[in-house]
Design a protein around this ligand. Structure first.
Ligand code: FES
Length: 232
C-alpha cells in the first residue's frame, strides 16, 4: 500500500471470511464478549438477509457494550445481554443445554473466554464440527528448529532456517503458495504432506486433521522431523 502512487492499477479481491455462518445450520448460536461482538454483527446481518435463525448472547462490562443498539435492532428478543459474570454463566449453560440438533455455536472474545465457552459446550456433548471461534490475535510462536522441505512434484529441496517460516522459505525459492493471514488462521496456505511429521502450530486445522498429518499450514507450522516431503 505504501509503495503505491495515485493512479496505479492494483488487483483486488473480495474479502473472504474464515468465520462465515455455516449454510446448513438450523440455528446460529452466537456468543460474544466485549469487542468480540464485531463479527457477530455480520452474522446477525447475514441471518436477517437470508432469513436464517440466529440468537446472540453478549457479555460486556456495564456501560462498555459495543454496537448494542444495532444488535438490538437486528435481533430483537433473540439478543441476550449480560453485564455480570453470574448472569452470563447461567444464560450460557441454559442456551448450551437447550439447543435443537443442527445448531452451530460461534464464539468471539478474549482467548480465555472462548476457551471456556467451547470447553463447556464440549463437556455438554456438542460435536467439535459445530463449534466455531474467531480469535482476536494469535499466540507468539518461537522460532522453531531448522528443517529441510523436499518438494516432490518439482524435485526442489528447500532449507528452512530456524527463524524463517516454511511459507517464506518457499517464496524465497520461487514457489508461489496462496496465503492470506500468514498467522495460521485462515487455512489458505494449506499444503499436502507426503512424508515426515509436521509440527502443527495453526489455529485452523481440527485435532483429527492435525493427527492425520496429511496437511499443514505452511505459514506457521514447521516439521518435527529433519526432513519433510510436500506434494508441491
Ligand atoms: S496464510 Fe492463513 S493459515 Fe496460512
Amino acid at each position: 500500500m505504501h509503495r503505491l502512487a495515485a493512479g496505479d492499477a492494483v488487483y483486488t479481491a473480495r474479502p473472504r471470511s474464515a468465520f462465515a455462518p455455516v449454510a446448513t445450520a438450523r440455528h446460529h448460536l452466537l456468543v460474544a464478549a466485549g469487542i468480540g461482538i464485531t463479527p457477530m454483527l455480520s452474522h446477525a446481518r447475514a441471518a436477517v438477509e437470508r432469513g436464517s435463525d440466529a440468537s446472540l448472547l453478549y457479555a460486556y462490562r456495564p456501560g462498555a457494550g459495543a454496537h448494542v443498539a444495532e444488535a438490538r435492532k437486528l435481533l430483537g428478543p433473540a439478543l441476550t445481554e449480560c453485564t455480570d459474570r453470574g448472569h452470563f454463566q447461567e444464560q450460557l449453560r441454559e442456551k448450551l443445554h437447550n439447543q435443537r440438533i443442527g445448531t452451530h455455536l460461534y464464539a468471539c472474545g478474549p482467548a480465555a473466554f472462548m476457551d471456556a465457552v467451547l470447553e463447556q459446550a464440549m463437556e455438554l456433548g456438542w460435536p467439535k464440527s459445530r463449534l466455531h471461534s474467531e480469535p482476536f490475535g494469535t499466540p507468539e510462536l518461537d522460532q522453531g528448529q531448522p528443517f529441510t522441505a523436499h518438494l516432490a512434484r518439482s524435485g526442489v529441496t528447500v532449507e528452512v532456517p530456524a527463524d524463517i517460516s516454511l511459507l517464506e522459505s518457499l517464496e524465497k525459492a520461487g514457489k508461489s503458495v496462496p496465503n492470506m493471514c500468514r498467522k495460521g488462521v485462515c487455512g489458505e496456505c494449506v499444503l499436502p504432506v507426503l512424508r515426515g511429521t509436521p509440527h502443527h502450530r495453526d489455529l485452523y486445522l481440527g485435532d483429527t486433521e492435525k493427527a492425520a498429518n496429511t496437511t499443514m499450514m505452511c505459514c506457521v507450522s514447521r516439521s518435527l522431523d529433519k526432513d519433510l516431503e510436500l506434494d508441491l
